[in-house]
Design a protein around this ligand. Structure first.
Ligand SMILES: *Cc1c(COP(=O)(O)O)cnc(C)c1O
Length: 466
């Protein structure tokens, strides 16, 4: 074999392993069977002194990793908030790797930058956000939160005459940052990266929604630099903060409003969910993921900032900001200078689905979550703790021990996979419906799995008592 043929052999092996994996996903056990330690043992820790043929390396890789793969692309996977990959988006992602473009500069790699620009325009229209907003493609919502909050930090301090880019944060005017008490940990991480410390926690209601009266009380008389972080999609209840009222209160105090909508921002595409997202578009910035609700492969986050100049100033490398919307380089919109064209699979997902398809995808996830809640709610001892307004279902059984026991049985059986969590002081089994593959059959199988896991314990308890 010549070198070119050898390269091709490695790529062909990768395609074969990819097919093997993808074909197995719908029917396979959902949790990984092997551990990371097992995989390390198979791979071996000594770096070989001599290289080997690419095809052999790829075969060895696939064999070592296979038992440790979790089928999060399965329609019976409900763990964390993850989501599967639409085949069209995955195909585009393969091309992104093959093309290997550095998507940081518009003139250097115009092909993929154009695709990302089109995707950005489509996203703003779909989500009903200001058409002139800046859109940056980040690794995920954590970095999208970071990007948007960097723009927020710099802008609100700029308004009181403090230039963070020039003078840093030492000696800067005090800035207040407020979030709902059930804000996602990634917002706190982003604030930590930005030197803004731990945010003030605003009270929330029984569904985890921010209490606007508490926000108003905290901001009363406050006129200094401030950022209010709202949430679209609470991970336990799926609830949405009351945006219209919260934005009005924040505006009164001159605060910047940021929305973490990692999976919830997508509710904006479904007319039936309009009450959840009312006022959402009035915020100043938004963070979301494509790798969750939109079902693109990892990784794809999206940072959207209405004040485009603020994000260019925070993320750009230029000393002066001659702003012509058509000549903004992608590297001025995100923390990375060099990066893969991660907006391309997002474009492909949107192109493949069309606006109607995106709406149907989101409506399908919500319908599946409601059906799951209904089915599980009928199981003796099971209690659905949240109002199922979106994609999240949190279930508890009679006691924390019993909830954890049912969870362990579910994972041991492996036909489905939810998450174990704690919400409002109770152990819960949390189902996040995020996969385009979750349909009626998957919902039925999932309810049956939970029934089995719950009944198993009842049988055991009965026999112990007999
Ligand atoms: C997943 C999630 C994040 C973090 O997103 P990553 O893509 O993991 O960085 C932030 N907020 C919420 C509500 C999330 O569900």
């Amino acid at each position: 074999m010549g070198p070119a043929q050898e390269d091709r052999a490695a790529l062909d092996r990768a395609v074969a392993h990819a097919w093997h994996w993808l074909d197995s996903v719908p029917g396979r056990r959902v949790p990984a069977t092997g551990t990371a330690d097992d995989a390390v043992a198979r791979l071996g820790t000594d770096l070989p002194s001599r290289g080997r043929a690419g095809a052999d390396v790829i075969d060895e890789l696939a064999a070592a990793v296979e038992p440790g793969l979790m089928a999060n692309a399965s329609g019976r996977f409900f763990g964390w908030v993850m989501g599967a990959s639409l085949p069209t988006a995955l195909a585009a992602d393969w091309l992104v790797s093959a093309w290997d473009q550095n998507a940081g500069m518009r003139d250097a790699t115009p092909g993929v930058v154009a695709v990302e620009e089109v995707a950005a325009t489509w996203l703003l229209r779909l989500l009903g956000l200001p058409p002139s907003a800046a859109v940056g493609f980040t690794t995920g919502a954590t970095m999208a939160n970071f990007t948007a909050l960097a723009a927020a930090r710099d802008r609100v301090l700029d308004r009181v005459g403090w230039d963070v880019a020039a003078d840093g944060l030492s000696g800067a005017p005090r800035m207040r940052v407020l979030t709902g008490a059930e804000g996602h940990g990634s917002v706190e991480l982003a604030l930590r990266y930005l030197g803004l410390g731990v945010p003030e926690k605003v009270a929330v209601d029984d569904q985890g929604r921010l209490d606007v009266r508490d926000l108003a009380a905290r901001l009363a008389g406050s006129t200094g630099p401030a950022i209010v972080c709202l949430q679209a999609g609470n991970i336990h209840s799926g609830s949405f903060d009351p945006f219209a009222a919260a934005v009005a209160v924040a505006r009164e105090a001159g605060a910047w409003v940021h929305v973490d909508g990692a999976f919830g921002l997508w509710a904006a595409v479904a007319p039936g969910l309009a009450p959840l997202t009312a006022g959402l578009a009035e915020a100043d910035s938004w963070a979301t993921d494509a790798h969750k609700t939109l079902n693109t492969p990892y990784d794809g986050g999206i940072a959207i900032v209405a004040d485009a100049e603020a994000v260019h100033r925070a993320m750009g490398v230029h000393a002066s900001y001659l702003l012509h919307a058509s000549t903004v380089d992608p590297l001025e919109l995100v923390p990375e200078m060099s990066r893969r064209a991660r907006g391309v699979p997002i474009w492909a997902a949107l192109a493949g689905l069309g606006a109607d398809g995106v709406r149907e995808l989101v409506e399908g996830l919500v319908a599946a979550a409601r059906a799951l809640a209904e089915g599980i709610g009928r199981i003796p001892g099971a209690d659905v703790l949240n109002d199922v307004v979106y994609t999240q279902v949190s279930v508890a059984f009679e006691s924390d021990d019993r909830t954890r026991d049912v969870y362990r049985r579910l994972v041991a059986e492996g036909a489905i996979m939810p998450s174990a969590s704690v919400w409002h002081g109770r152990s819960v089994i949390r189902f996040s419906v995020s996969s385009w593959r979750t349909g009626k059959a998957e919902v039925r199988d999932t309810v049956a799995s939970v029934e089995r896991a719950a009944a198993e314990r009842v049988r055991r308890t009965t026999s112990v008592g007999e």
